[in-house]
Design a protein around this ligand. Structure first.
Ligand code: K2U
Ligand code: NI
Length: 184
């Protein structure tokens, strides 16, 4: 099983590469890796397992974070209404997005960043994401709120972007004009 030790930390070059498309159908090895990524998220959200293996809780994970520069992400998160989103996707892509922006009022963290980086991370308020599941099916997801923020954070990892790249260095707490604050 994946543990927090398998997650590379900032400074590791793989966090800054543009990850490669997965040639579909995915190989058994690629499916295994993506399943393990989803397993980490579920384990990290289980109080017993995460305590036993000292797992840092995560709602999303991108393959570059385990030193696999391929376009694969896992997201396991409940939205504001408690609806569970659990998606392990090959080649996720934001195919459209709102002009309107949003941001997580408490700021963002990252399993690859072992320090607090305070500040507002502007995101698109709504995104439509396409990707291919472990079963080889193409899905199209229309997302908003916290779940949309998580998907954008993970897809950024596939492009070598860290959440703090979006924070305004002049005024880290400046909320973008007309942006929707997302509480967590
Ligand atoms: O990619 C990662 O490093 C996992 C990130 C995902 C994240 C998405 C959106 C905003 C912040 C972080 C986190 O480590 S998951 C940890 C976490 C758990 C619950 C709520 C917020 C963040
Ligand atoms: Ni991250």
């Amino acid at each position: 099983m994946l543990t927090t030790n398998d997650i590379i930390k900032e400074g590791h070059p793989t966090l800054r590469v543009v990850a490669k498309e997965v040639i579909l159908p995915a190989t058994e090895e690629e499916k295994e890796i993506l399943s393990e990524m989803m397993g980490y998220l579920k384990n990290s959200q289980d109080p017993e397992v995460s305590a036993q293996y000292k797992l840092r809780p995560g709602v999303g994970l991108a393959a570059p974070q385990i030193d696999v520069p391929k376009r694969m992400i896992a997201v396991h998160v409940a939205d504001e209404a408690g609806k569970q989103y659990s998606y392990a996707l090959f080649n996720p892509k934001i195919v459209s997005h709102s002009v309107e922006q949003s941001y997580l009022t408490i700021g963002e963290g990252c399993l690859s960043v072992e320090r607090d980086v305070p500040g507002i991370v502007p995101r698109y308020a709504r995104v439509t994401v396409k990707g291919t599941t472990l079963d080889g099916e193409e899905v199209k997801l229309r997302l908003k709120g916290f779940v949309a923020i998580v998907f954008q954070h993970e897809i950024d990892h596939l492009n070598g972007i860290m959440f703090y790249d979006h924070i305004n260095p002049q005024d880290p707490f400046q909320a973008p004009q007309n942006a929707i604050p997302v509480e967590r």
